[in-house]
Design a protein around this ligand. Sequence first.
Ligand code: IVH
Length: 593
Amino acid sequence: MTPAERIIHLREEINYHLYRYHVLDAPVISDAEYDALFRQLVELEAVHPDLVTPDSPTQRAGAAPLDAFAKVVHPAPILSLSNAFNEADLRAWRARIGRLLPPDTELDYVVEPKIDGLSVVLTYRDGLFVQGATRGNGEEGEDVTQNLRTIGRLPRRIPVQRNGRPAPPYLVVRGEVYFPLDKFEHFNNALLEAGERTYMNPRNAAAGSLRQLDSRITAARPLSLLCYDFIAWEGVDIPRQWDRLAYLREMGFPVSPDVSYCATLDEVARAYEAWLPRRNTINYEVDGIVVKINDRVLADTLGYVGREPRGAIATKFPAQEKTTKFLALNVNVGRTGVLAPNAVLEPVEIGGVIVQNATLHNFDEIARKDIRLGDTVLVKRAGDVIPYVVGPVLELRDGTEQVIQLPTHCPFCQEPVVRIPGEVAIYCDNPTCPEQLVRRIEYFVSRGAMDIETFGSQTAVLLIEKGLIKDVADVYFLKREALLSLEGYKEKKVDNLLAGIQASRERPPERLLTALGIRFVGSVVAGLLLQDLGGIDEMAAADQVRLESIEGIGPQTAAAVVAWFRDERNQKLLDKLRAAGLRFRKEQATIPA
Ligand code: IVH
C-alpha cells in the first residue's frame, strides 16, 4: 500500500469507529485501539503534509448528529484535545509551545480530571438555562434541552450573586454529562432483567440516556454533570482558567473538586502521578488529566492544530485493559429469570487488580462480537464497574475455539429456557427455580427495598435449601425455633435477624412496591405510582389507561404493572404480605379543619 492509500484506508476506518462511538453509542474497538489508529494517521500525515485534507478525521472533532433532534449551531466551535500518553509527551508539548512564545515565558497550569462522558453545551440568558446541546460535529450539535433539564445538578437558573451582582446576560458553559459508576451496574442489570439491550460501559449509558427522544426516560436515569469552561459570554471577563472554575462554582455549576493549580510543569507531572492510584476511587470514569495553560488569553494566541488548541493537552492514563484467555462460560440467573453469561478468565492483572471474571452482557452480544470459548479476549476495567469482555482478538485464533451454544435449559433448575420475541434476554421461566428465588429474596431485602440488613445472601440460600422460604413473603413468617435449629444460628444471631425483619414491617409502601420487583418499577417509578394512586391495592385495581395517565408512566411500565397484578401467584403473594402486616397505603395527609 502506498502512504496515500494507507491514509485513505485509515481515515475510512477511523470515521467508521467515530460513527459507531458518537452516533450509535456502540463502539466495536476499545479506546486504546482507537487511539492507536488515530496516532498512526497523525504520524503518517505528519510525514506527508501534502496529503492532509480538511475532511481528515484529524481535522475534526466528532461525527454527524442524528436526525431526530433539532440542530443547534454552537456560538463557537466545540474543540477537542490532543493527547499525551506520558510525562515525556507532556514535556514535548511544553517544548513545542515554548518555541511559539517569547523566550523565557513562564507558564502556570490547571490540571483537571478528563471525565469520560458526553460533552454538552449549556446556554444561559439573563441567568436562565435556555438551551442545551451535544457536541455533535463540533459546529452543530443536537438540541437536548429537555433531557438536560432532568439532570438534578444542572442549574436551571444562575442565582443573583451574594454580592448583589446579577447573572451575566449571556453565558455558554461547557461541561460533561456522565453516568455515575456506582449506579451503572445496577442500572445495566435492571435493563437486562427488563429484556432490553444493556450498555457496554458508563460512557455509552450516559450518551444513550441523554439522547432519548422521550425525556421521561432520561429523567429516570441517574445522570450527573461537571462543568469546566465557558465558550461564549457577555458581561464577564475572566482570563484565567483557575478563576473560571471558581466563577462557575460560585454561579452554582457543579465543578470537579479534584482540580489542581500547578505553578510549574514539574507540579503538573506530580499531579499526574498522584492521579494514577486515585483514578479508580472516583465515581466517574477518568481516562486522563487535562492540562490547561492557566492564562487563557495567552493560550488562545497559540492557536489550533486542526480542532485541537495548542494551549491545553489531555494526558491519558495507561489503558486499563488487557488481553487474556477466555477459559469457561458461567451462566448466572437473575431474579426475573434472565440468564446472564460470564467469562471465567485466565487471571490477569488490570490496573492493580487481579481479574478472573468478566461479564459478557448477554447472549446476543456474544454472537454479535463472535466471542468463542478459548479465544484470547480483550478485557476492560473501568472504575469499580465489573470488568467486561470487549471482544475477541481474531488474529490469535488457532481453530480450536468453540462457538458458544445458546443454553436450552436453566443451569440451576434444568427447566427449558424461553426467549421473548424482540428481547435480547433468555429466561428461565420456572417460578419455583431456587436460584431465581435466592435472587428475588436478595433484592427484596436489599437497601433500596425492604432494607433488612441482617438478612444476607447466605441466609437466603440456607433458608431456601431447608425449605423454610418458598417466596419473599415467607420472610415474615419465620419461626424462632425453626431458625434456632439451623447450624450456626445461635440465639443472638436469630434475635438480630428477627429484629431486622420486624423493623422492616414499618417501611413505607413505595419500598414494598420496589421490593416486589415488578419490571420497570424501580424506586422512582414506585414513588410516582403511589403518589398518584395512594396504595398498592389501588394499583391492582387500575387499568392500563389509568396507569398511563400518571405523569412519568409510559405504556411499557403500565403494561408490566397490569400483567403483574393479573397473575394469580402474585395476588396470593400480596395476600400473604398483607397478612404479615406490611404497609400497603401511603399515610393520608390530614386535612386541616
Ligand atoms: S477541555 C479546548 N476539560 O474531553 C477545550 N475537556 O478529548 C477542550 N473532557 O471534548 C475541552 N473533561 O468532552 C476539557 N476537564 C475537561 C474535560 C474535557 C472531559 C472531554 C471533552 C472533550 C474531550 C477532549
